[in-house]
Design a protein around this ligand. Structure first.
Ligand SMILES: [Zn+2]
Length: 369
């Protein structure tokens, strides 16, 4: 793989993991991410969740010009069933490598270099409101320099939505070229944000979403802490991990920090495998706590306890759910006050370097190639 493509893919993985780990920004396999270079676009494949995108899996390479040309030819026409069918074919024909590109690929094709499509909770609390346009105008009554924000009425995802976006956005073609970031608010759907600069894209999304939260007077900061945790890990050479907030009622019910010795040691091989040798009980500084854990255990913490909140660290959101399950079972074992037998130190050491055990953590897509 040419170095340029490799760098692009790294950017794609980074923005996909950044947005994919945050429940407040995207849920399940919703949303999409893409990066463009010359005439090619690297875009998340259909059916993958954002946090599953890696350098090897979860993305598709498409011929972007083919898509843009088709969109411009379809623009202004009524989107009939036959145009819709044709769009599916164009999408398939434009695929250069990888699985099926998502239905939202067409909308990405007309955007800037980095594009993210997400379904933020706060944005969608407004987007489904019957008075969404009125509220949108109220929130964005003052425009920010270098940023264009557009309201797009509901359309079926695919060619209908993509042509509607062109109709709305291209009214101000000059502005589009001049502005660093484009934000498209999709009625009853979510957001599309695009920028030529990765960092500006991330900052703009955070800022815009916060404006919706402020308007709604809701606090979603518990989800945002996942970004802080994962960024500390990324800075400490664990680039491919994500962090999730656990809202499992049983976990919070059973966690009692005064009695943490009940759950800090593994009781069976699965606990060691999924949850690590010990959860990390975060002290006053998140960064210091994580760094000393990395130093002590020579690996990253899978379970972090921040006051009464539980955070899970894994390669993707689906894997984080597995850790949550195993950690929960662990708390059950300790819930009846019994004196339990912990795994001895030498057994932990053996299991840590035991291949039949480690192989169980392989990803499902390792098997389908
Ligand atoms: Zn969507």
């Amino acid at each position: 793989m040419a170095q340029k493509n490799k760098d692009l893919l790294k950017d794609l993985v980074e923005i996909s993991k950044y947005f994919g780990q945050r429940f407040d920004l995207t849920q399940a396999a919703g949303g999409n991410s893409s990066v463009k270079s010359n005439k090619k676009m690297f875009i998340k494949s259909s059916g993958y969740s954002l946090s599953e995108v890696t350098l090897k899996n979860g993305y598709t390479i498409v011929d972007n010009d083919k898509l843009v040309n088709f969109l411009h030819s379809a623009r202004g026409n009524k989107i009939t069933d036959s145009i819709e069918k044709k769009s599916f074919k164009i999408l398939k024909d434009s695929t250069l490598d990888g699985g099926s590109p998502s239905i939202e690929t067409l909308a990405h094709s007309i955007m800037k270099k980095f594009t993210i499509h997400i379904h933020p909770v706060a944005v969608n609390m407004v987007s489904v409101n019957r008075k969404s346009r009125e509220i949108f105008n109220k929130i964005f009554s003052t425009k920010r320099k270098g940023e264009s924000i557009y309201y797009v009425s509901y359309r079926t995802p695919g060619i209908s939505l993509a042509t509607e976006i062109i109709n709305v956005v291209s009214v101000e073609q000059d502005k589009l070229k001049r502005d660093n970031t484009i934000i498209v608010f999709l009625e009853n759907h979510g957001l599309i944000c695009s920028s030529d600069n990765k960092l500006e894209l991330i900052q703009s999304v955070e800022k815009i979403v916060k404006q919706f939260e402020n308007y709604l007077k809701i606090n979603l900061s518990r989800y945002k802490l996942t970004t802080e945790i994962s960024q500390i890990l990324w800075r400490n050479s664990y680039e491919n991990l994500i962090c999730c907030y656990s809202e499992d009622a049983i976990l919070t019910k059973f966690i009692n920090l005064k009695n943490s010795k009940n759950f800090i040691k593994p009781l069976n091989p699965d606990q060691l495998l999924y949850c690590g040798e010990s959860p990390l009980i975060v002290g006053s500084s998140l960064e210091t706590s994580i760094k000393s854990y990395l130093k002590k255990y020579k690996t990253y913490p899978r379970v972090l306890i921040v006051k009464k909140d539980v955070y899970l660290v894994a390669p993707n959101v689906l894997k984080a759910k597995e850790i949550e399950d195993v950690f929960k079972s662990h708390l059950y074992f300790n819930s009846n006050g019994a004196l339990n037998r912990v795994l001895p130190k030498d057994e932990i050491k053996k299991l840590d370097s035991y291949n039949p055990q480690k192989n169980r953590l392989r990803f499902w897509f390792d098997y389908v190639e």
